[in-house]
Design a protein. Sequence first.
Length: 303
Amino acid sequence: MDIGLNEHHQQNVVNYLRFAKFNRGQRLRGIDAAFEDLKDSRLVEDTYTLDEITEMLDGLCAVVRGEVETELINTAHTNVLLLRQVFSQAEKWHLKLQADISELENRELIEEIAKFEEREFSAVSQKSQSKLSKLSQASKLEPLNEGGAVPLLQMEINRLNEDNAKLKNRLKDLESKATGAFDEQRKLKDSLEHTQAELKARSNAKKYGSDVSELEDQMAKVKMDLKKSRDAGSNKVASLEDDITQAKHDILRLQAELEQAQQELTKKFNETSQYKNMKQMLTSKNDQIKELRNRLRKYEPEA
């Protein structure tokens, strides 16, 4: 069963559903215990007066109300703790997450989640591959083209996006150069080891004299070249690391500026007359839909 998330995140959702199911069961057992307590302690006679029945029902209502209220409050608070964990992780990466509260009243999606929970916790469930595409799709209003500050903000956002792409390409180039420097250093080290092995082989064969002296000179020269290459490579790697760090900081700075520009663009758009009229129309339509649903429930009540 797929709800539009990767395997890791989907497993976290399953763990949360298991936690919520356990808490829900605890509260239901408390309500059952309240009814059993009423039966055992109060329902001991054959006849009761109206006042006695009213008193018993009021007491039972108070107990059930307390259990339900406690569960609702606890659920709200645990959801806040869960959101706090997610938002804290996002803020470490300079991300700003957004939650669409209106989707929490989407009855169709709630029913799909209920089906997902039922399949996950069923003992004989079969892992179907149906996807909840609606969970990953959210309709959004398209911005209106207007004059004034809106086009300027859009141009600034496009410029920041271009600068961000350039910095990412520069970071890739610097990483490639660093890899090349490490490869060159490795080749020089391999050459030194090869020369040392050749010298050792000739020494074992007792070929001294000019050959040994020549090999020693070659080995000393290779060592000197390797030392110079290491020094140059270290400086080059340090410089590349500084450039990479600076590029990452520039990317984060541009992303922050991009988010600020997008927020200003959204603010300007929200102040336009077209947006206000559209929002007023959507509010009116939603009120009409709610009214029609209420009227429909009077004639066709839910099972």
